[in-house]
Ligand binder design. Structure first.
Ligand SMILES: N[C@@H]1[C@@H](O)[C@H](O)[C@@H](COP(=O)(O)O)O[C@@H]1O
Length: 243
């Protein structure tokens, strides 16, 4: 894994946006895996800014989001559909039929998961997967203990993830307790991975990822087995990691 060190969150975000823009500009077709959460917000902001200023086109880009809460309508401000529209899709020229996010309202959730995997396959897999890191090592919504061989599936969220995400809701009781997420196998099948890590609260998690064992109780550790991972981390996340 290649680790790029940045001064702060802004610098991490700018570098991540440039990393993605390089791929967007140099490919005739590109399938991006996208993440939500607090970490990539400024990355999307810089992509939107680039579009405003440089008009980098996304007509040839297809996107697959990692996850979505079960039970939230796309118009719900806490849904990842809403998040993606707000921060990215509405700001660039990506055609709406080229953006995929799991449907957390599907009548048959199992079928929805299978259909999502099929769609990814149809697009020849993901070229670049953007990832954030949960404080407990989760990636997407793959919580500690998730088997490494799973594709898109339904998960029960842990108390710690619900607590961590409660800041986006009015109170923790409104945080859905289930989600659909691409699995560890889906993530590992992507050709390249870009992991963003920012802030002191991610310090332990980054340390474990870099120096700990590969263990399903710390899902992100599996990334050590992928051959093309770049981590962009800021000083606060890196401190005490011996880097
Ligand atoms: N499902 C999301 C993940 O995709 C995200 O990467 C992670 C970290 O979130 P944040 O960037 O807000 O710390 O947790 C959330 O629960």
């Amino acid at each position: 894994m290649k680790v790029i060190r940045t001064k702060n969150y802004q610098e991490m975000s700018k570098m991540a946006a440039n990393f993605i823009l390089d791929k967007v500009k140099s490919s005739s077709e590109l399938t991006l895996g996208l993440a939500t959460g607090g970490t990539p917000v400024q990355t999307y902001h810089y992509l939107a800014k680039d579009y405003q200023e440089q008009k980098t086109s996304y007509q040839h880009v297809t996107t697959f989001n990692l996850d979505e809460y079960i039970g939230l309508d796309p118009s719900d401000p806490n849904s990842y559909h809403y998040y993606m529209d707000k921060h990215f899709f509405s700001k660039v020229n990506i055609p709406s039929d080229q953006t995929f996010i799991p449907n957390g309202l599907a009548e048959n959730l199992e079928k929805e998961c299978q259909a999502y995997d099929e769609e990814i396959k149809k697009h020849n897999g993901i070229d670049l997967q953007l990832l954030g890191l949960g404080t407990n090592g989760h990636v997407g919504f793959n919580e500690p203990g998730t088997a490494f061989d799973q594709h898109t599936h339904i998960v029960a969220l842990t108390e710690s993830t619900m607590q961590a995400n409660a800041r986006f809701f009015n109170n923790i009781n409104q945080v859905p307790n289930r989600a659909i997420t691409m699995g560890i196998a889906s993530i590992m099948e992507s050709k390249e991975i870009l992991l963003l890590v920012s802030g002191k609260e991610k310090n332990d998690a980054l340390n474990k990822l870099l120096h700990g064992e590969i263990d399903k109780h710390f899902p992100a550790s599996v990334l050590n087995q992928h051959e093309n991972v770049t981590i962009i981390a800021d000083e606060d996340a890196i401190i005490n990691t011996n880097l």
